[in-house]
Design a protein around this ligand. Structure first.
Ligand SMILES: C[S@@+](CC[C@H](N)C(=O)[O-])C[C@H]1O[C@@H](n2cnc3c(N)ncnc32)[C@H](O)[C@@H]1O
Length: 218
């Protein structure tokens, strides 16, 4: 796995620049994986749902449609990304949501608060040594038997996927600091169960979708 190159203190500045063009990029290269993630998350109406790193709200606007009578929370480190998510949510007419600035490392929610946690294209910009602590934080806010569904840029399975690694090596900021990661071993060691991984390539951009459960209470 390549090293993360954008420190947390720089994330908001990098994403403030990317925010205006993010949706075009995301629809071209990430939409298949993002849609599949929501399918596998299998959110039922009435559930408590948290999306961490909500970005411009591409998944969050779908979550609001799927969960019209539940509770929907979204957080992100970057106000400029969040502003776009807030616009989409307001246009949807939904009232059962809250979007605010927050940090995946220290979620401002009590233990066992959510049935489902969605997190797309965030671990691929975090340092690998931080993966266990952030997964532990996700587990803390999920109830026993809660569902985690995530997407990340991953390592490509075909020669042509290598283009993305070359771009990252030239300038990580062009990819928003995202590089290919493999989350599966980290979920296993963090005690998640029923772990499932799918691989998707869209316009040569490689993504992994990972779903898992927190396991039952003792
Ligand atoms: C590549 S974008 C993905 C946005 C969205 N999840 C999507 O799939 O369209 C990465 C997002 O992660 C957010 N982010 C990065 N580190 C974070 C952290 N520690 N806590 C919360 N959000 C974070 C960034 O601000 C940015 O909006």
């Amino acid at each position: 796995m390549l090293d993360a190159k954008i420190e947390k203190s720089r994330v908001a500045a990098v994403y403030r620049k990317i925010a205006p063009s993010y949706d075009l990029w995301a629809r071209l290269t990430e939409s298949k994986a993002r849609d599949r993630c929501l399918e596998l998350a299998d959110i039922g109406d009435g559930e408590n749902v948290l999306e961490v790193a909500v970005g411009t709200g591409l998944a969050f606007e779908r979550i609001l449609q799927i969960n019209p009578s539940g509770r929907n929370e979204g957080i992100d480190l970057t106000e400029a990304m969040l502003a776009r998510a807030k616009r989409k949510a307001a246009e949807s007419g939904a009232k059962n949501y809250r979007l605010r600035v927050g940090d995946a490392y220290e979620l401002d929610f009590p233990n066992d608060a959510f049935d489902v946690l969605i997190n797309n294209y965030m671990f691929d910009l975090l340092p690998e040594q931080d993966f266990p602590a952030v997964l532990e934080e996700f587990k803390r806010v999920l109830r026993p038997d809660g569902r985690l569904a995530m997407v990340n840029m991953t390592q490509g399975e075909r020669w042509y996927n290598g283009i993305w690694e070359r771009i990252y090596r030239i300038n990580p900021a062009w990819l928003g600091g995202c590089r290919g990661v493999l989350l599966l071993p980290y979920l296993e060691t963090s005690g998640f169960v029923q772990i499932r991984r799918e691989y998707v390539s869209q316009f040569t951009f490689p993504s992994e979708i990972i779903c898992a459960k927190t396991g039952g209470s003792m």
